[in-house]
Design a protein around this ligand. Structure first.
Ligand SMILES: Nc1ncnc2c1ncn2[C@@H]1O[C@H](COP(=O)(O)OP(=O)(O)OP(=O)(O)O)[C@@H](O)[C@H]1O
Ligand SMILES: [Mg+2]
Length: 231
């Protein structure tokens, strides 16, 4: 399964989401590769200490590195280059659009969804950085996105200082520690939210596969020549 995480807005937790989805699937003993498709190489920087549970490879090295992977998570970059986005969409089985409750982020997700709709690739928005003191904002964001027929994952990723602490240490949020070296008390809330997102994505992808048997996006027939039945 190829999952691509992207969005046009910067700082909406694309890298954080890619890292945590990849890590959560890795913990379930799946063979996962995280592909860094962002020119800033933020995912690579996140994992530079070697403390994440899956390999992270730059997009240029992805072909060989992903040969035996079961799940490939791609961290896309904030971009409005139509050609670049088209390629990322066509190369994915599922697209995740992390979205904050800010109106600009919602608008850009709606624009992005309209672009993705041209392809038959399943996608969903994931509400991220949701402030527990502003539940109404998250509810409004969800309603607004659903009003444009955009699937929104039920789980929401809470706004937690633990995520920044984890990134500083190069670990996932479940291992976040504060400046005094103490475990962040809310760290597991962040971790279990991403684990729940993995499950929802798998279910949506399975549902989509049942309704749309997979076809090669680039039109190749990989059936060995001798097994092909002539029309
Ligand atoms: N749920 C969260 N709560 C609090 N901080 C978060 C959360 N998710 C991500 N962050 C922090 O927000 C910042 C931006 O996140 P991230 O780098 O993942 O965004 P991005 O969309 O990949 O940005 P860019 O467009 O620059 O690639 C980081 O410092 C990250 O640690
Ligand atoms: Mg990023």
């Amino acid at each position: 399964m190829f999952i691509t995480v992207f969005g046009q807005k910067g700082g909406v937790a694309k890298t954080c989401s890619s890292v945590h989805l990849a890590a959560s699937w890795s913990q379930q003993q799946k063979r996962v590769v995280l592909v860094d498709a962002d020119r800033n190489r933020s995912a690579t920087a996140y994992g530079a200490r070697g403390l994440l549970p899956c390999p992270i490879v730059p997009i240029e090295a992805a072909a060989k590195a992903t040969r035996s992977a079961e799940i490939v998570v791609t961290d896309g970059q904030a971009s409005s280059n139509e050609e670049e986005m088209k390629n990322l969409v066509e190369g994915a089985d599922f697209i995740l659009l992390p979205t904050t409750t800010q109106s600009r982020s919602i608008e850009l997700t709606i624009e992005m969804a309209q672009m993705i709709n041209k392809y038959k690739i399943p996608y969903a928005a994931l509400l991220v950085k949701v402030d527990s003191r502003k539940e109404a904002a998250a509810e409004n964001a969800k309603e607004c996105l659903e009003g444009f027929d955009i699937k929104v994952l039920n789980v929401q990723i809470p706004l937690l200082s633990a995520f920044e602490q984890a990134e500083t240490e190069g670990v996932t949020v479940d291992q976040a520690i504060d400046k005094r070296g103490r475990a962040n008390p809310r760290r597991m809330a962040g971790w279990s939210a991403y684990c729940a997102a993995c499950k929802e994505i798998e279910d949506l992808y399975e549902e989509h596969k049942k309704l749309n048997p997979i076809q090669s996006p680039i039109g190749w027939d990989f059936t060995p020549m001798e097994q092909r039945v002539s029309a």
